[in-house]
Write a protein that binds this ligand. Structure first.
Ligand code: PLP
Length: 397
């Protein structure tokens, strides 16, 4: 029964990580998978997380199942992070949130919910987008299309083409936006551009689905939510897939959430029962530990301010690495202009390196970058910057 099965190709990003582990070059550098690294190249457990875990360890009374949607405390905390304190959506109970295993779990539940209740809808993703988006939606049988986003020649947002693309999307389809820190380009719409996009969404009648995996990695917790909050003012319905893998460093705890916003509280109640059904037939109920940490941190003043400081220091370090990367390349005599990298947000940049150059970096120097040229800026440190930039200078000249 199994003998005919062909091996699946390695995941373009996680497969790269496996290859990196087997790399024998002692000076190897990993700028592939999207994981934050500190100055020592480690992915540390945040202090706020450690302290929350200590409390949970002494206070936890049971390992019994959570409900399908997770705990109320966690779900409310997620909504406050998304919309801000006392937002009308929260006060009028227009949104419901389910705790899901990571942002991927949220996207998967969203996909199943969409397939069942809006089966004719096509889901539109930016070109380019996170490598897993297409696969998640296609795996439930949804049609996936792409809209214009990035201008490779100017290394910036092609806003005119983006508007033109979205103007073609019919009522009833779904458009996925990256809430902030667009993966892989690191380029987000400005405040004014978000306003235009939200207005267009209202006019065209498509449903926005926000993938919000990097809140706090761009400018700040509030600022990074500006896109989805702008939409929330203009359109009555939306879906939001949150991930807390990066901003709490809880990668392997699988903490995420799917939030649905409806026009009325009754609609939200009814639709949420269907989201719970999708979760029940998928993983039944979510893993407790990571979400309990998030809820503990967000509901405790001291832990929350410690977390915000830690988040800020991750954000600042990445930003510093962006600037250092650009100036070090320049100091190595690279004439190509890389200054766009210091203007981008979040962990990633589209470097503009082509697949051949990416492959050369890997073979000659043990430097691992995703084939598309996406680099994880958080993998750079003061120590690896010099060899990294020397290698890039060598392949570019
Ligand atoms: N969405 C985007 C844009 C991502 O970059 C990621 C992770 O890299 C995810 C979703 C999934 O996050 P999680 O690890 O919580 O499943």
């Amino acid at each position: 029964m199994f003998a005919h099965i062909q091996a699946a190709p390695a995941d373009p990003i996680l497969g790269l990580n496996d290859a990196y582990k087997n790399e024998t070059n002692p000076n190897k550098i990993n700028l592939g998978v999207g994981v934050y690294k500190d100055e020592q190249g480690n992915t540390p457990i945040l202090q706020s997380v450690k302290q929350a875990e200590e409390r949970l360890l002494t206070e936890e009374l049971t390992k019994s199942y959570l409900s399908i949607e997770g705990t109320d405390n966690y779900r409310q905390s997620v909504q406050t992070l998304l919309f801000g304190e006392n937002h009308p959506i929260i006060n009028k109970k227009l949104a419901h949130t389910a705790h899901t295993p990571g942002g991927t779990g949220a996207l998967r539940v969203a996909a199943e919910f969409i397939k069942k209740h809006l089966p004719e809808a096509t889901i539109w993703v930016s070109n380019p987008t996170w490598a897993n988006h297409q696969a998640i939606f296609q795996s439930v049988g949804l049609e996936v299309g792409s809209y214009a986003y990035y201008d490779a020649s100017s290394k910036s947002l092609d806003f005119e083409s983006l508007l033109a693309s979205l103007s073609q999307i019919p009522e009833g389809d779904i458009v996925l936006f990256h809430g902030c820190c667009h993966n892989p380009t690191g380029i987000d719409p400005t405040k004014e551009q978000w306003q235009q996009l939200a207005k267009l969404c209202g006019k065209q009648g498509f449903l926005p689905l926000f993938d919000f995996a990097y809140q706090g990695f761009g400018v700040g917790l509030e600022e990074d939510a500006q896109g989805l909050r702008t939409f929330a003012e203009q359109v009555p319905e939306m879906l939001i897939a949150s991930s807390f893998s990066k901003n709490f460093g809880l990668y392997n705890e699988r903490v995420g959430a799917l939030t649905i916003v409806c026009e009325t509280a009754d609609n939200a109640d009814a639709a949420f029962t269907q989201i719970k059904r999708a979760a029940r037939t998928n993983y039944s109920n979510p893993p407790a530990h990571g979400a309990a940490i998030v809820a503990e941190i967000l509901s405790n003043k001291a832990l929350r301010s410690l977390w915000e400081m830690e988040l800020q220091s991750m954000r600042t370090r990445i930003h510093e690495m962006r600037g250092l990367f650009v100036s070090t390349l320049r100091s190595k005599g690279v004439e190509q202009d890389f200054s766009f990298i210091s203007k981008q947000q979040g962990m990633f940049s589209f470097s503009g390196l082509n697949p051949e150059q990416v492959s050369q970096l890997r073979k000659q120097f043990g430097i691992y970058i995703v084939g598309s040229g996406r680099i994880n800026v958080a993998g750079m440190t003061h120590e690896n910057m010099d060899p990294l930039c020397s290698a890039i200078a060598e392949i570019l000249t």
